[in-house]
Design a protein around this ligand. Structure first.
Ligand code: GDP
Ligand code: ZN
Length: 469
């Protein structure tokens, strides 16, 4: 990845109004920008200075705190100046414009999303897994998610990955050294206990994978589809599930407009609940061709298609039925559209009317749960079953906020390790093949912390950050 040393600037605080707003500048050498903004006023590194922020003609925009960090002792590893002013959108915009003007000669430009963190990565302030954790911490939607993101940001995840890499490297060196002395090959495996080392690395990797996949769940949550006829109690069930969780609030990014997904939290795991209320009427229902109706029809059709696309991403489907009435034809139609292979929980609601007891029944077609959303009877059975399907276990172990990318790398590393173990078990001891599998294992693991990560992937990772971070 090319390191473009031009200084960058951005408003680092969230848009809108707040007590304080921060404009942040980073560059290899900010002395020019500094002089243009504050003249000869002394700026001591890591000290707070209360100064006027002025236009070129000397008129005052705002008065606030200036912090100066001299590289490499800063977030980005470059010189950093932070201007803390009053957090109003107009003030912030004026400050930003003024900074750009003051930095014109130094080439100061607006920062891209994530560019400050990208520089921290390029300057070895953070490794890639830590940089990703910065974004995950900002985006965390539950306390548990924030906790595990901060765990990853502190470097705990990177450390265990490094330990694994070290162990792989040691073994690799041993194998490769033996390759150079073929006469000793025969008892190499016994002497060095290579097989024991291999299986030790494998079990360590399994543990990391476990902690990482649980952490990943806190990040991405479980996609739950809520299907069922009108009035069976979908909204009531959603409310009952949310319980004390005040957060029936977080709309999933990108779906705010169609409002088909709501997120609630279950033991810190986000459950992204996709309501299929929007797909009641069939998209093929006929309307007169042409005219406004057709337009509306088209818009609706797009909405319906999008909803089905969401449904196809389901981790679990809750099919709600009225226990006092039983299934209908429409239910059969819904069931037909369910994606294959996704676990279904058939929730029989309103048992207070039907006289059933709260219970769970695991049958071949689906798990059946009898409950009453209104009376809050049997809700724990449902919660437990959802957590079981999610594979959630509270072990008390610390979790690492991991991404799909990390999990895939860990899986590949595991495959190569298993292949390596196979070669190690063979009588003819295919040491060159074993060495190659270990090299691949090492590469996969190192891609997590960014030692061997292709540039285009880095670009994608940082572009998903917010501006100013
Ligand atoms: P939705 O259309 O599927 O979202 O259904 P609602 O949640 O809006 O519920 C429809 C009606 O059923 C409302 O009048 C609810 O009060 C009622 N209802 C929901 N759950 C229960 C239940 O467990 N028992 C009884 N008796 N009524 C319920
Ligand atoms: Zn409803």
């Amino acid at each position: 990845m090319i390191y473009d040393p031009v200084p960058i600037v951005a408003i680092a605080t969230a848009p809108g109004r707040g007590g304080i707003g921060v404009v942040r500048i980073s560059g290899k050498d900010l002395s020019g920008v500094r002089r243009a903004l504050f003249g000869e006023a002394e700026l001591r590194a890591r000290h707070a200075h209360y100064l006027p922020f002025t236009q070129a003609d000397g008129s005052v925009i705002d008065q606030g705190i200036v912090l100066y960090f001299q590289g490499p002792h800063s977030y980005t590893g470059e010189d950093v100046i932070e201007l803390q002013g009053h957090g109003g959108p107009v003030v912030m915009q004026m400050l930003l414009t003024r900074c750009l003007e003051a930095g014109k000669e130094s080439g100061l430009r607006l920062a891209e999303p994530g560019e400050f963190t990208q520089r921290a990565f390029m300057n070895d302030k953070l490794d890639l897994a830590q940089a990703e954790a910065v974004a995950d911490l900002i985006e965390a939607s539950t306390e548990a998610a924030a906790k595990s993101a901060s765990q990853s940001l502190s470097g705990a995840f990177s450390r265990v990955i490094h330990e694994l890499v070290e162990r792989v490297i040691n073994l690799r060196m041993l194998v490769e050294a033996t390759l150079d002395f073929p006469e000793e090959e025969i008892d190499f495996l016994e002497k060095s206990n290579a097989r024991g080392q291999l299986s030790g690395i494998r079990s360590a990797l399994e543990k990391v994978f476990e902690q990482a996949s649980q952490g990943a769940m806190l990040r991405s949550g479980l996609n739950v589809v809520l299907a069922g006829q009108p009035n069976v109690g979908k909204s009531s069930l959603l409310n009952a599930l949310a319980g004390n969780d005040v957060a029936i609030v977080t709309p999933i990014a990108g779906t705010t407009r169609d409002k088909i997904t709501e997120t609630i939290h279950l033991e810190g795991i986000p459950l992204n609940i996709i309501d299929t209320a929007g797909i009641r009427h069939d998209a093929d229902e006929d309307h007169e061709p042409g005219g406004l109706v057709n337009m509306i029809d088209m818009v609706e059709r797009i909405g319906i298609e999008r909803t089905w696309a969401e449904v196809d991403k389901a981790d679990v489907i809750l099919h709600l039925l009225d226990a006092s009435r039983g299934p209908t034809r429409a239910d059969e139609n819904i069931v037909e559209r369910f994606p294959q292979g996704v676990p279904v929980i058939r929730v029989w609601n309103k048992i207070d009317l039907s006289g059933h007891h709260a219970s769970i029944d695991i049958m071949s077609d689906a798990t059946h749960i009898y409950l009453s959303a209104q009376e809050h009877a049997g809700m724990d059975l449902l919660r437990k079953e959802l957590l079981r399907i999610a594979g959630w276990e509270q072990t008390g172990e610390s979790l690492y906020m991991a991404r799909e990318r990390h999990l895939i790398a860990l899986k590949h590393a595991r495959e190569h390790l298993m292949q390596a173990a196979e070669y190690a078990a063979q009588d003819d001891q295919s040491l060159d093949l074993l060495a190659e599998e270990l090299r691949l294992t090492q590469d996969r693991l190192s891609s997590i912390t960014g030692e061997f990560t292709p540039d285009d992937l880095l670009g994608v990772i940082f572009s998903r950050f917010c501006i100013g971070k």
